[in-house]
Design a protein around this ligand. Structure first.
Ligand code: DX5
Ligand code: ZN
Length: 217
């Protein structure tokens, strides 16, 4: 199984983001959390910042939009060159039309589910997506604890992906550490977002390798 480790720059030093990107250059993708203070009660950055990050990042961008009205705003992130653009199911008006739009621009399309959101209505739509993000914390803040109760949902999505013979990446985001990553992998995840665990280490690259080793174990 291919495993991807995507550090979240939400936990990085915002005053030195180019340097921080260099410290995680051995990761697969850099996870970029866009928050609008409406969909979630926190505010990070928007298109202008993501466009600049895209220009200086040594690895591709995995953009996670925690915003209202992604139908309106998400395509611009694909146009800025993001490798993947993931929007929330709870916020999207026309998720299939939006996914098709993102793909037509050349980005991978992702759909995210908050911990309390049932996956069932989305299982038939899986062929429209390249990635499903099962949130393992409530979106909005880094440094929260992994919600174990989300694992049955992750497995349900993984089973549906395999039953349909699809190549849809299954991402988890929130509370991922060397302890929890194996639990999520066991439940079906292949793509792991980690913010504080990576950036709280003195050497983020070592934390990335430790996470890889913990999945392989
Ligand atoms: C939370 C964000 C996450 C966050 C994860 O809303 O979507 O990407 O950065 O942070 P940790 O790894 O600290 O839980
Ligand atoms: Zn995220």
């Amino acid at each position: 199984m291919t495993t991807r480790i995507n550090p979240s720059i939400l936990a990085a030093d915002f005053a030195n983001l180019e340097r921080e990107l260099g410290r995680i250059a051995t990761a697969d993708l850099v996870h970029v959390d866009v928050m609008d203070n409406h969909f979630v009660p926190n505010l990070t950055f928007g298109l202008q910042m993501v466009t600049r990050l895209q220009e200086v990042s040594p690895i591709p961008l995995d953009v996670h939009l925690m915003i209202d009205d992604p139908d309106r705003w998400a395509p611009a992130y694909a146009e800025a060159g993001a490798f993947s653009v993931t929007f929330h199911a709870e916020a999207a008006g026309e998720p299939v039309a939006l996914a098709r739009k993102l793909r037509s621009i050349g980005a991978r399309a992702g759909i995210a589910l908050k911990p309390g959101t049932d996956a069932a209505p989305y299982l038939d739509l899986l062929p429209e997506f390249d990635q499903v993000l099962v949130m393992t914390v409530e979106p909005g803040f880094g440094g929260q604890s992994f919600i174990h109760e989300t694992m049955p949902k992750l497995t349900r999505v993984a089973d549906a992906v395999h039953a349909a013979g699809l190549d849809v990446w299954l991402q988890v985001d929130g509370g991922i550490t060397e302890e929890t990553i194996g639990i999520a992998a066991e439940a079906g995840a292949d793509t792991f977002v980690a913010g504080s665990h990576v950036f709280n280490g003195d050497v983020p690259a070592e934390r990335i390798e430790a996470l890889r080793a913990a999945v392989a174990a």
